[in-house]
Design a protein around this ligand. Structure first.
Ligand SMILES: Nc1ncnc2c1ncn2[C@@H]1O[C@H](COP(=O)(O)OP(=O)(O)OP(=O)(O)O)[C@@H](O)[C@H]1O
Ligand SMILES: [Mg+2]
Length: 204
């Protein structure tokens, strides 16, 4: 089973995917936790660029191509083989991030972004996507406490607002796959809700 997590910066994706992985491992499942961007050689380059090359003004189209290039390798060389081995793969961000950030955030041509986001997944679709829904300001204030800011963290609040609204919009269009979880509460309570959604999905 392939599960993805989405949400604005600081919404708790890394926190909640880690807890979910531990929970599923305890239940005897084989689980792999991965993230985008950042897997493999292409991903590591992108992460380093986002974190370290503060002066580089990356064109939105170049950004789109980079994220998609990363995904193609990630899906082909890592996610698909793990799924074929019967593992549960949890991915911290996947192609909904491309649609939302490059399409609605950077305002690139939506049809082009949709096409590339879909193509880069090589036919793979998450069975379940957890959208951690959180007011933008709350997410950004959580991140202030953390080091290692990225270019995206420094975007104006309006950019992140567009991201949040776009996530809610795409979730409404695909309620079967995308489950919206209120991410404003306590870490444990949010995790409980996620676990029940995942267990329900696993029992199907
Ligand atoms: N429910 C919560 N309540 C309060 N703080 C939280 C909650 N969930 C996560 N945090 C804290 O907020 C910060 C951001 O969380 P986390 O790194 O999990 O978010 P993220 O969605 O992975 O962010 P990014 O998009 O930057 O990767 C962390 O310091 C984390 O400990
Ligand atoms: Mg994270």
């Amino acid at each position: 089973m392939f599960i993805t997590f989405e949400g604005v910066e600081g919404s708790g994706k890394t926190t909640q995917t880690g807890l979910l992985k531990d929970f599923l491992l305890e239940r005897g499942y084989k689980v792999t936790l991965t993230r985008e961007p950042g897997w493999g050689a292409v991903g590591k380059l992108i992460r380093r660029m986002l974190l370290e090359e503060r002066d580089l003004e990356l064109d939105p189209l170049a950004e789109l191509c980079l994220f998609c290039a990363d995904r193609v390798q990630h899906v082909r060389d890592f996610i698909k083989p793990k799924l074929e081995q019967g593992e549960i793969v949890i991915c911290d961000r996947f192609n909904d991030s491309t649609l939302v950030y490059q399409g609605y955030g950077r305002k690139l041509d939506l049809d082009l972004v949709k096409k590339l986001a879909k193509s880069s997944a090589l036919g793979l679709e998450p069975q379940l996507t957890i959208l951690l829904n959180l007011p933008v300001k709350l997410g950004l204030s959580r991140l202030k406490k953390r080091s290692g800011k990225t270019k995206m963290d420094e975007e104006p609040v309006e950019f992140h607002e567009r991201i949040r609204q776009a996530y809610v919009f795409i979730a409404q269009k695909e309620p079967g796959r995308i489950r919206v979880v209120n991410a404003a509460g306590d870490i444990k309570e949010i995790q409980e809700e996620i676990r029940s959604i995942v267990l329900e999905c696993l029992s199907k």
